[in-house]
Design a protein around this ligand. Structure first.
Ligand code: S3P
Length: 748
């Protein structure tokens, strides 16, 4: 048992090795205000003097044994290959009640050295590695903020003393670092790829070029790319020498992987293979962007189970009216589907108007991860090089689908029929939504799918199953389930027939026909035979009526509004919003109707008109299923009572939309009563100023922005980052149309 930090005496921390990392650790602890007495030891006496002069340590120590005797915590910050020597020196001393930790970049070699020296790894040794640094070295480069916001990985073993671990963790946290724990082997593999390999490449490139007789010219003309790529070649050679040898196994594996990739590029150039080159560059660019978003902690990288998602607050000022002309982004349902069908088609599919929102981008990335070359999106244009029905390859890891329920439900049908195993995962919200409605019928077709408790993601789908056609009567009106089964049905033996209890959006079967897949449609029943093929085609994605809905309601409730929304999809399975608002008295004209890529499209003009409450007709519920959050806002502005029943599906969307909306409306002073399957709203009064929680649900967030047009004061809406899942430029468009909206926190 480790006994330390007697009573309230300051913790005595000895830094062994006063270089950049050791010096910065001491300086950061000091700046944190945590009561510590900092001791510094280094073989280079001038470093000790400098650390004392700079005020980085409180006491310089020239005698190692005396320094260790005084310390509660010993932080070893020497180059990797010097670590065993320090451990061997420590072994000679009394270490009882002391905690030992280190900052080395390779953990496997440290653990082996400790095992060799001590017989077994001491339980008071907590291996650590701060993922921070600089190409500068030495104590004079030490910085108080070096670890702020950076990750520190601790790699405790089974026998590591939990108190020692907690103490080291808290010291790093005092330096402002985020501390994670990881297995030793995994740490070394990850670091070999993300840090060690890039450093070796930078050193090697500069060395290769510097050895060139024309180096003068090369360095003279080397521009930004060379500078960016090789910055880290200025790092400490001793440290990198030690890392290269200390983590040699994982580094050699990473060099092999890199060499294979470079060989492929070389071959593609030799073969003049534009598609392979373009594919590699596109995949890399999109991975780099995702990575950049992750570093900026943008919403879609909620991927990594992120709490940062809740950081964006919308602040909407009261009043305003909507004028002018707007084009909303592409339809989300169609954007998902075109990637899926385009990827499985034979030939190249060109898409225009693709929604560059996070949900559709998650689908696009998933297919890239399965080896499909997809160019773009560039201003809405995407080129998909289809691989055919059986051309997908197994992704290296789980397919991460973010917040996208549609992607997960539809893809589970496709994935169930592949020859390889795959795992579908999602963010916190998606991981709380049951997938049973698709898993059950898929299993009855012969699929093998394992879920977490309650049918929740991740979905572990076992490949290589042969599926049988099914005749399935859906218990709920769901386009996602119907689409999932039709997609699985393309791979099944025999005929798959799916009947929905009401009308649901029909984009899947429209698009299947567009891609040349024969199917039969009879009312609410759709059938297809397995074993067919998809032929590439070009698709023009219309504006999403579910995004336009916010502006349709906004212009309807804000006096003086006259707004034209151009190129909006008006598929009759989606126009419930227009019909319901017209019943309430809205002034909406559908102009210039035309058909684009198999989908009806129109321009929609909306002028202000006083609204009255209505009983929402049952048959319109599935046709407006995504628009109820903003319809509730319209209802709150309408005189009299609005009643919605038969919409229990709203409880299982990105949030429980009945509860989220009722709570928000009540918080803004509106009389709203949540029912199990709907809501009663007595409207006609302005909204009070206040704060509402969107519960990370994009449509709840945008609906309450619309409410601000009729509010008595500012409305603050919490947890809005997910607006980017369906409507990436919402804030800009809303401001352009006449709302006064700003954001706080990380940008959506
Ligand atoms: C969608 C279908 C609807 C809808 C969702 C998109 C689709 O879900 O709410 O936003 O693209 O198929 P259900 O199928 O669960 O009704």
């Amino acid at each position: 048992m480790i006994e330390r930090n007697k009573a309230d005496a300051p913790l005595k921390v000895l830094i062994v090795g006063l270089g950049l990392i050791g010096g910065s650790f001491a300086a950061s602890l000091k700046a944190s205000g945590r009561p510590c007495h900092l001791l510094g030891f280094d073989l280079r006496e001038e470093y000790i003097d400098e650390a004392v002069t700079l005020g980085i340590v409180d006491e310089g120590c020239r005698d190692f044994a005396v320094a260790v005797q005084k310390a509660d915590v010993i932080q070893i910050s020497v180059p990797m290959l010097a670590m065993p020597k320090v451990l061997a020196n420590l072994k000679q001393l009394d270490l009882d009640g002391k905690v030992i930790t280190d900052v080395g970049s390779c953990k496997g070699s440290l653990i082996s050295a400790a095992r060799e020296i001590f017989g077994e790894v001491p339980d008071n040794l907590v291996p650590g590695h701060p993922i921070a640094g600089s190409e500068k070295s030495g104590v004079s480069a030490a910085k108080t903020g070096l670890f702020k916001g950076h990750k520190v990985i601790l790699t405790p073993l089974e026998n590591t003393d939990p108190d020692a671990l907690a103490l080291v963790r808290s010291l790093w946290q005092s330096c402002g670092a985020q501390v994670n724990a990881m297995d030793v082997k995994r740490h070394d593999e990850v670091l070999a790829l993300t840090s060690h390999l890039p450093h070796l490449l930078a050193f090697s490139l500069v060395d290769t070029l510097a050895g060139n007789p024309e180096n003068q010219d090369i360095f003279r003309y080397a521009a930004g790319g060379f500078r960016d790529f090789t910055r880290i070649a200025g790092s400490d050679p001793t440290m990198w020498h030690d890392i290269a040898l200390g983590n040699s196994e994982a580094i050699l594996a990473s060099i092999d992987r890199f060499t294979d990739g470079l060989e492929d590029l070389k071959q593609a150039i030799i073969d003049q293979d534009s598609q392979a080159l373009q594919g590699t560059f596109e995949r890399a660019r999109s991975a780099r962007r995702r990575f950049a978003s992750m570093l900026e902690r943008r919403a879609y990288m909620a991927s990594l189970g992120d709490e940062h998602n809740s950081c964006v607050t919308f602040v909407a000022q009261s009043g305003g009216s909507l004028k002018g002309e707007l084009r909303v982004p592409g339809d989300k349902s169609i954007s998902h589907r075109v990637i899926m069908l385009g990827a499985l088609a034979e030939g190249e599919t060109i898409v225009d108007g693709f929604l560059e929102g996070e949900d559709a981008m998650a689908t696009l990335q998933a297919f890239r991860d399965m080896g499909v070359d997809i160019e773009g999106p560039h201003e809405g244009r995407v080129a998909i090089h289809g691989v055919g029905m059986h051309g997908l390859s197994q992704p290296v890891g789980p397919l991460y689908l973010g917040n996208a329920g549609t992607a997960m439900r539809l893809m589970s049908g496709l994935m169930a029929a592949q020859s390889f195993d795959v795992t579908l995962s999602g963010d916190k919200s998606l991981s709380s939504r049951s997938m049973d409605r698709v898993v059950k019928p898929l299993v009855s077709m012969g699929a093998s799918i394992e879920t977490s408790e309650g049918g929740r993601p991740p979905l572990k789908i076992c490949g290589g199953q042969s599926l049988q056609g099914i005749d399935y009567q859906l218990p709920m009106a769901s386009a996602q389930v119907q689409s999932c089964l039709l997609l699985a049905g393309m791979y099944a033996e025999g005929k798959t027939t799916v009947t929905t209890p009401g009308i649901v959006r029909d984009h899947t079967h429209r698009m299947l026909s567009g891609f040349g897949y024969p199917l039969e449609v009879d009312g609410n029943t759709v059938s297809l035979q397995g074993g067919g093929k998809l032929k590439a085609t070009n698709i023009d994605v219309p504006g999403d009526i579910s995004s336009a809905a916010f502006f349709i309601v906004a212009a309807s409730i804000a006096e003086g509004s006259d707004l034209l929304l151009t190129h909006v999809g008006i598929n009759p399975t989606r126009t419930g919003i227009i019909e319901i608002l017209r019943l309430m008295g809205a002034d909406i004209s559908v102009l210039n109707e035309r058909e684009v890529g198999g989908e009806p499209v129109a321009d929609i003009r909306v002028c202000y008109a006083p609204l009255q409450g209505v009983e929402i007709p049952q048959e319109l519920v599935p046709l407006a299923i995504d628009e109820f959050p903003v319809i509730f806002i319209a209802a709150a502005c309408a005189r009299g009572e609005t009643r919605l029943r038969g919409a229990e599906e709203l409880r299982v969307k990105e949030s429980d939309r009945i509860q989220s909306m009722a709570d928000g409306l009540v918080a803004l002073g509106i009389e709203a009563e949540a029912l199990a399957d709907g809501m009663i709203i007595r409207g006609g009064k302005p909204f009070a100023a206040g704060t509402v929680d969107s519960h990370g649900d994009h449509r709840i967030a945008m609906a309450f922005v619309v409410a601000s047009l009729k509010s008595e004061g500012e409305i603050r809406i919490l947890d809005c980052a997910n607006v980017a899942t369906s409507f990436p430029n919402f804030v800009r468009l809303a401001c352009r149309a006449g709302l006064t909206l700003s954001t706080e926190g990380i940008q959506a």
